[in-house]
Design a protein around this ligand. Structure first.
Ligand SMILES: [Zn+2]
Length: 189
């Protein structure tokens, strides 16, 4: 694959009322990432009309390259996204660590599902405490089968195939937002 396949050549456009960009200068990505963010931002506005618009944090700078404060976000394939808090709130003033009991679990599950449904998402990073809260909610309150929940949220310590697609994994420093990494399944083969 050409290195240019991962360049941040597209910018997520301003779309008031649908989603909010934290910094337009860092709202660049591959066309696949931009398409994914635009699609999910629009879908969430339709699905949760009474919630605040989805907060899109840093993606990449124009063309990509190292981005201050991030280990990744250099290839145009990563985006940080706000978590839904109770009361339909999004962290529109910036990402702040939240406790699992502050999360609107149904809204965040909807958000994760929308991302996975695009078929473009390789993985999502989130703090394990939030993952556990979502797992428990889906299993105990919403009656999802364990196999399905285990597939989307592999249990802690589970061996994950490097090519596993569409999974939510633990990463430290992800108590305030979701980190989405896109890559089409076919690109992984
Ligand atoms: Zn990130």
């Amino acid at each position: 694959m050409s290195p240019f396949a991962h360049r941040a050549t597209a910018q997520l456009e301003r779309n008031d009322g649908l989603y909010v960009r934290w910094d337009a200068g860092n709202a660049w990505g591959t066309p696949l990432l931009v398409e994914t963010m635009s699609q999910v931002g629009t879908r969430m506005a339709w699905l949760l009309p009474r919630s605040e618009p989805l907060m899109v944090g840093d993606m990449s700078s124009r063309g990509g390259g190292p981005l201050f404060g991030h280990k990744t976000h250099d290839t145009g394939e990563d985006a940080d996204v706000g978590l839904y808090l109770k009361g339909g709130r999004q962290p529109l003033d910036g990402f702040v660590d939240v406790r699992p009991d502050e999360l609107d679990l149904d809204a965040n599950w909807l958000l994760i599902r929308e991302f996975l449904d695009t078929g473009n998402v390789h993985f999502i990073l989130l703090d394990q405490r939030h993952i556990e809260a979502l797992r428990k909610h889906l299993l105990e309150e919403r009656g999802y089968p364990r196999d399905y929940v285990d597939e989307v949220f592999p249990p802690r310590g589970a061996a994950i195939e490097w090519s596993a697609h569409g999974v939510v994994r633990h990463a430290p420093n992800h108590r305030s937002h979701l980190h989405v990494h896109v890559q089409r399944a076919a690109d992984l083969l």
